[in-house]
Design a protein around this ligand. Structure first.
Ligand SMILES: *Cc1c(COP(=O)(O)O)cnc(C)c1O
Length: 447
């Protein structure tokens, strides 16, 4: 019988995360205070983040121990399997070997709990009683409400109004975990009330929901804020996936030639590839391929500059590939990939030429998702479908015997209305407007 799943024992699960910061070709540009334009003082972040996570954000320690209580939560779903996609290979006539790292097996159905449980744990250790956050499509809100329950904490989720109305099931899961979820704009915050006053029917935006969650944390002493992607400590926690892949490939005496992931804020891609950055810098021939939507082409069309993380210009300025904080992507079905920026760490390695980025239209990624489902059986999230499409393209060009690994970031069982639109031919292949991106980039601060 051919081996399909490469499974690590619990006792072989990595005990440390890998921090790429000390191994980067040059130091990461620091986040700047939006008022003074000087590197931000850690104390300024302490109103919304716990000190231990602020330290991780700036740490130069290469290996960070994963605390024991956290390892115990991880074992609910980790180590996750590495799976050989034999039938997909056959269907596309691939001479390359295709593996996928299956992060859909977590309680939330995506890679996001890897950082959610870590963030809940460190907040709990510092006496925080409640976490506030935003969610777009609902995956991050699901992950954080699960994580808070594991550590007996309260959780408040501000969910973008139009998703809240369109995707009621995510809200139901969040409430079943015991968290509270409010459509954003809400009347619970100053910024929410301001928007509602002007437009009671506002559908909201991710930038606005971030502003509400941050205000909630900053104005309540027992509450802090949690972000599900972009930040250095999020990528640190996500490296557990890449570290497991390393061990799993060693078990079968393979080396990766290509690593593939979809990129929204960059956390699942970053978690997979960062543990391989030292190998690549030492001259090993490993390609990192990032897949993004044509409708939000941050890496392929964005600029590497300082920009705000949110629409309301409340966050520190971060140096990253961005389309401009005012960029509002068309309403594509991959909610998790509609962020105007990109993680500073991922942006940095991309700027140094270590990442190949590819942008895809909606219909082609759903074609790839369907082929995956019809061969491998599982229904991928639309975000994950970008990684599948890129993998298929790479496999078709690959040399015989090459090893391709992609990160299967989540299942699509709560995205069925998107599949319905695809099957009925209602999906539009929207790309970006060059003119709109030019205007949004022109509004970014010049530093
Ligand atoms: C959130 C999400 C993404 C995109 O976020 P990254 O931070 O870029 O990883 C991709 N896939 C799934 C399933 C998600 O939930």
């Amino acid at each position: 019988m051919k081996q399909t799943k490469i499974i690590l024992n619990e006792k072989d699960m990595p005990r440390q995360w890998y921090n790429v910061l000390p191994d980067l070709p040059e130091p990461l540009a620091p986040p700047l205070d939006p008022e003074t334009k000087q590197p931000i003082a850690p104390e300024k972040l302490a109103a919304i983040f716990p000190m231990s996570l602020i330290e991780q954000e700036m740490s130069d320690k290469r290996w960070v121990d994963i605390p024991e209580p956290l390892l115990e939560i991880y074992t609910l779903y980790r180590p996750s399997p590495l799976v050989r996609a034999w039938r997909l290979e056959q269907a596309i006539g691939s001479k390359a070997k295709i593996y996928y790292k299956d992060e859909s097996v977590s309680p939330a159905g995506s890679h996001k709990p890897n950082t959610a449980v870590a963030q809940a744990y460190y907040n709990k250790m510092e006496g925080v009683k409640r976490l506030s956050t935003e969610t777009g499509a609902g995956q991050w809100g699901t992950a954080l409400s699960f994580a808070c329950k594991m550590f007996d904490m309260d959780c408040t989720v501000y969910m973008v109004r139009c998703s809240y109305d369109q995707k009621p099931y995510r809200g139901i899961i969040i409430r079943t975990y015991g968290a509270e979820v409010f459509p954003s704009p809400s009347d619970r915050t100053k910024v929410g009330r301001q928007v509602l006053e002007k437009d009671p029917q506002s559908g909201g935006s991710l930038g606005l929901a971030i502003s509400e969650a941050v205000e909630d944390a900053a104005s309540n002493a027992d509450t802090k804020y949690a972000l599900g992607s972009v930040l250095n400590h999020v990528i640190l926690h996500q490296t557990i996936t890449g570290l497991e892949v390393k061990k799993q490939l060693e078990m079968i005496q393979e080396q990766p030639d290509v690593l593939v992931g979809c990129v929204g804020g960059g956390s699942n891609f970053g978690g997979l590839v960062m543990p391989y950055v030292p190998d690549k810098l030492e001259g090993k021939n490993i390609r990192f391929v990032a897949a993004e939507p044509q409708a939000c082409p941050t890496l392929t069309k964005g600029h590497f500059i300082y920009d705000y993380g949110d629409m309301a210009r409340q966050t520190p300025l971060i140096k990253m590939y961005t389309l401009g904080h005012g960029y509002f992507p068309p309403p594509i079905h991959s909610g998790g990939l509609r962020y105007h920026g990109e993680a500073p760490i991922v942006s940095h390695v991309a700027k140094h030429g270590l990442v190949e980025a590819r942008a895809y239209f909606q219909n082609e990624i759903f074609d790839a998702a369907r082929l995956f489902m019809q061969t491998e059986g599982f229904l991928p999230a639309p975000e994950t479908a970008h990684a599948i499409k890129a993998t298929i393209d790479v496999a078709r060009e690959a040399e015989p015997g090459q090893v391709i690994v992609f990160l299967y970031s989540g299942h699509g069982l709560l995205d069925l209305s998107s599949y319905d639109a695809y099957l009925q031919g209602r999906l539009k292949d929207q790309a970006f407007s060059e003119e709109e991106i030019r205007q949004c980039l022109a509004e970014c601060p010049t530093i």
